[in-house]
Design a protein around this ligand. Sequence first.
Ligand code: TRP
Length: 489
Amino acid sequence: MADCQCDDAGSLSPREVHDRLTAQRDQVRTLKEDMADKADIGAAVQLLVKLKLDYKLITGQDYKAGSPPSEGSVVQDNGPSEEEDADVDTVDPWNVSATSAKGVDYDKLIVRFGSSKIEKALVDRLEKVAGQKAHRFLRRGIFFSHRDVHQVLDAYERNNPFYLYTGRGPSSEAMHVGHLIPFIFTKWLQDVFDIPLVIQMTDDEKYLWKDMTLEQCHHYAMENAKDIIACGFDVNKTFIFSDLDYMGSSPEFYRNVVKIQKHVTFNQVKGIFGFTESDCIGKISFPAIQAAPSFSSSFPQIFKGRKDVPCLIPCAIDQDPYFRMTRDVAPRIGYTKPALLHSTFFPALGGVQRKMSASDPNSSIFLTDTPKQIENKIKQHAFSGGKDTLEEHRAHGGDPDVDVSFMYLTFFLEDDEELEKIRRDYTSGALLSGELKKRLIDTLQPMIAEHQRKRKEVTDDTVKRFMTPRPLNYLLGNDKDTNANPVTM
Ligand code: TRP
């Protein structure tokens, strides 16, 4: 599939996209009238929804049949609302909800967002470049979508390293296992590619969106940083920063924020994020702050002022709107578009349609849970795909596709063969729900205990070292075997 059609749409005029949209809408109508194959109608509707998104990205306005684009006639975004969009999942930085019991339809999301599927060929390539087996998150499709990853790999193979950027909105002290997914994966990327990493703690974002004081948000940023550091990042290659601290201390960072702010209109952020006139202006300009770390010139101490070091962002797919905007402005301010790797969502303990929340301890496994709490939560609250009675289960088997314990094992059990055996045995009824839960408990208890042990070792001084702006040490791409000198870029 062509990568990011919203980027393509950038080269079309709003009028041209409007006309394409009208043609696509007519096509959907015709297919429906002809009672065409359901799959064909579905594909046509998905393309229509995606074109609408593109249209909104470049004009900031909703598509309206018969009214070509104009300034000023902005219709507010309330998510997909028309009849043809009725089976569309909601996925944005603040809301995720699926229309199906199996959860979000990720293939449809790829079409709608205009990203690319992570095909087997890309996993193989990553494996080859990395020189080791792909991470289980890649092998199992947990990271399932991307933008321009081939490009950063091409550059890497030509000895032009890239850097990694990810982040966390510190909305509470209580982090759960799901929050670790991007960090576990980023740590793997950092190790195999031996490249610098920047981690943004958006304490400003949480202040703007939640009912919390600045000091609370900043405190959570520092506390969450400890959990992130406990994932094992290399202090010589990692810079973690709180927006509240770094923004005011880095002229280069702020200059990039302002450049981005100048090149994105209110109409555009309305279209992308659904902001309204009654949102505070802090929210409206915040996306520029999440965009800025995608550009290497925001970190002169790391990149020695170079503005062309490419960036790769591992994140959950709900963050993509920020980076669609970033990729849209990048060429207009003379920068390279960041590449992205998108993950699926981590399910709540009670099932994919439930929400995880820091205020509901039973909605997930938290990083502070004791072995006993882990056991009780899984036994009592993990949504089961098993049958009601033993006889029924033995006879008909369970459904791993809706079973949260099985899903969690796909995230955390390293052994592919064992996982496959569990799937087979559970489906056939040979493995009971209680036994499956036990396997998950045995996996999570040592993992969380180990995390707690590592977190305890993280002192305030360690946090300070990670969070001090400074040069980072790293080796130059493929030269690492022959050239042991840290790169000076
Ligand atoms: N907005 C993200 C959140 O609320 C935090 C974040 C900032 C982030 N920059 C990022 C996440 C880059 C992924 C990649 O969690």
